[in-house]
Design a protein around this ligand. Structure first.
Ligand code: HEC
Ligand code: HEC
Length: 305
């Protein structure tokens, strides 16, 4: 057989192959971006004790009890390797397990519900190709009256607004992108917004900080209020902070926000960080002094900048 057509054929096959492979690779890369923006690693990878990525087991102390995050690596028995993409979408969008039971809002699906279908699909592509890790889940330590998942139906009825995010046509593309990132994957409200007695977010106080943040820490007001919020920060200050953790006063970020930046925000594009800044500068300025908000002064984990 003549070699030329064979080579030509092989060449065609290869180019067809890469044309097909490319979008998938792009999808995985995009999924990693979403994974980082959403800070999934902060809760599902026990970073201190050298645990494997996505294997869970991170202890989350809350006023209600202790939650242990589950294994979300693609291991078939101990992780979510047996899930379909639909199972995954239902978890993020509706806060429900494959068997229909409710998740506790300690899994911030109250924000992730806003993720677009495309972002969920890319995230799934990224998660599926991660290394499976065999590590059994631990049971949450909750008082008996909270162990009953059907009760969460009432909670969700009160406080859960199902997504995805609906763009506001009266606002710019940049504002909508920022709103999407803040209220969706960035889940900024989950920490920066005060909760009511039942643990629902108090939307009148959106992003105005709280004295009762996760793990009992004080979370600063990030509305554009000049004295108690970040109204005096310039756009460039905020962009610098989201990228490197450096505050305008020369101090460095610490604690949970350092994780948000180090595992996620610092990898986001300048365009997306700018969109976040644009959105934040336009939210209602709420006067709310967070008492005793102390920043840890150690140079944080953000050091490769
Ligand atoms: C603030 C901590 C936190 C963050 C951030 C977080 N999770 Fe979770 N996640 C949890 C907790 C806690 C649970 C268990 C909830 C329950 O048992 O009801 C959970 C459960 C899950 C489950 C269900 C697993 C199962 O076996 O049923 C999946 C899937 C999941 N998370 C994926 C993600 C992804 C993807 C991200 C990023 C987009 C993410 N999580 C970010 C805390 C978190
Ligand atoms: C897991 C909890 C958590 C989440 C989620 C979170 N933050 Fe924070 N944020 C904090 C904490 C804690 C601090 C205080 C950090 C410190 O000690 O310096 C902080 C500080 C900040 C500050 C600096 C305010 C100041 O006065 O020093 C800004 C700006 C900020 N966050 C923006 C955001 C944005 C934007 C998002 C969403 C993309 C977000 N945060 C999501 C916990 C969080």
């Amino acid at each position: 057989m003549n070699k030329a057509p064979l080579l030509l054929y092989a060449g065609l096959l290869m180019s067809a192959g890469s044309a097909l492979a490319q979008p998938h690779l792009d999808m995985v890369a995009h999924g990693q971006e979403v994974f980082r923006m959403a800070g999934c690693e902060n809760c599902h990878t026990a970073q201190q004790n050298g645990s494997q990525p996505m294997a869970g087991g991170v202890e989350l102390g809350t006023p209600l009890g202790i939650f242990y995050t589950p294994n979300i690596s693609p291991d078939k028995e101990t992780g979510i390797g047996g899930w379909s993409e639909n199972d995954f979408r239902r978890a993020l969008r509706e806060g429900r397990r494959p068997d229909g039971a409710n998740y506790y809002p300690s899994f911030p699906y109250t924000s992730y519900t806003n993720l677009s279908d495309q972002d969920i699909q890319a995230l799934w592509a990224y998660m599926k190709q991660a290394a499976p890790v065999r590590q059994a889940n631990k049971l949450h330590q909750l008082p008996w009256y909270l162990r009953f998942r059907p009760l969460l139906t009432v909670w969700k009825w009160l406080f859960f607004k199902r997504g995805p995010y609906q763009p506001d046509p009266a606002k710019s593309v940049e504002w909508n992108r920022g709103a999407y990132l803040v209220r969706g994957p960035g889940h900024c409200n989950e920490c920066h917004t005060e909760r009511n007695a039942l643990g629902g977010l108090d939307i009148k106080m959106a992003l105005a900080g709280t004295n009762h943040g996760p793990e009992g820490v004080h979370i600063p007001n990030i509305t554009p209020e000049p004295n108690t919020g970040i109204g005096k920060w310039k756009t460039a200050d905020l962009l610098e902070y989201l990228k490197t953790g450096l505050r305008p006063d020369g101090d460095y970020v610490g604690g949970l926000m350092a994780e948000m930046i180090d595992n996620g925000l610092k990898y986001q594009s300048g365009v997306d960080l700018k969109a976040i800044a644009t959105y934040l500068s336009g939210v209602p300025a709420v006067k709310n002094l967070v008492i005793g908000h102390k920043r840890s002064s150690h140079k944080s984990m953000v050091e490769d900048y």
